[in-house]
Design a protein around this ligand. Structure first.
Ligand code: G
Ligand code: G
Ligand code: MN
Ligand code: NA
Length: 254
């Protein structure tokens, strides 16, 4: 169909682009990393966000070529930042379950890091909990290989998926991303938000990093920080921005 052809063309004609949403450590005020989010510069419809075309790609067999593209784009962008002499930051990428399921995913990742000369410590892979339940044994194997390579793993949208807590400690995970839906509930700095507190406590107990997503208000940021989560991602700090804008923002802070 039309959209499918347009997407194939987009790949050929370089219409896809990675945007980056900075993650801020509020205790130091510094950007410590960013999440890579895909955008499509559609010739007629303008800038499309990932949610507007990736579900379609997922259903039409385009997720694998698009994911290959994403991995290369992220590495090239990281090189550009490193070459500008910046301090080492970490970029995260969202991993589609289809991409992980492909047997050569790990080789692709290792190949890209080698080809571009990127330290694995600068890459974090975001997975959703659902990846873990489809074929947990296989997922554990793949994620273990990534960890041995030095790439870290984050659980995205934490708390919204179907994985049981029993799986959690079996997976080689470094970071938990608190889902925006929980952050959105925070309206009172002195309120009590037990789900957030429980997630923070799980992360602490397992020795994991925490990132709060979708932080939009000072009240949310203050509540999260007061209760033990100091890394924030959300419109209160930055929207997803182009690589050029991201580099500008990073240079302003150095
Ligand atoms: O940026 P946006 O709000 O459109 O993102 C919507 C969803 O698409 C999010 O859940 C995000 O994880 C996912 N997404 C964004 N960029 C990518 C990408 O490059 N690869 C994959 N697999 N998913 C992405
Ligand atoms: O599923 P995932 O967490 O990867 O999705 C991230 C999505 O959330 C991105 O598309 C990004 O544009 C969006 N996002 C990031 N920060 C905010 C925010 O503060 N508010 C809202 N409403 N969306 C956000
Ligand atoms: Mn994500
Ligand atoms: Na998320």
């Amino acid at each position: 169909i039309a959209l499918e052809q347009a997407l194939r063309k987009a790949l050929e004609h370089n219409e896809l682009e990675m945007y980056y949403q900075p993650q801020v450590d509020v205790s130091s005020g510094r950007i410590i990393g960013a999440e890579g989010l895909m955008r499509w510069n559609h010739p007629q419809r303008g800038l499309l966000s990932a949610g507007e075309f990736l579900p379609f790609a997922e259903e039409n067999g385009l997720m694998l070529p698009i994911s290959d593209w994403m991995l290369g784009a992220l590495c090239r962008d990281l090189l550009q930042w490193n070459a500008a002499g910046g301090e080492a930051i970490r970029l995260s990428l969202n991993l589609s379950p289809q991409y992980l399921d492909r047997g050569d995913f790990f080789e692709k990742m290792r190949g890209a890091l080698t080809r571009y000369g990127i330290s694995p410590a600068q890459i974090e892979v975001e997975i959703t909990e659902n990846i873990c339940i489809r074929n947990p044994q296989y997922a554990i194997e793949q994620l273990n290989k990534l960890c041995q390579l030095g790439v870290s793993v984050a659980i995205d949208d934490f708390g919204t998926g179907y994985s049981s807590l029993a799986y959690l400690h079996r997976f080689p995970i470094h970071t938990i991303k608190i889902d925006q839906s929980f952050v959105k509930e925070i309206h009172d700095e002195n309120g009590h938000y037990p789900v957030i507190l429980a997630i923070i406590s799980i992360a602490r107990g397992l020795g994991l990093h925490l990132v709060a997503e979708g932080v939009e208000t000072d009240i949310q940021a203050r509540y999260l920080e007061a209760n033990g989560c100091s890394t924030m991602q959300g419109y209160l700090y930055h929207r997803p921005i182009s690589l050029a804008s991201f580099i500008e923002v990073l240079q302003e802070q150095s």
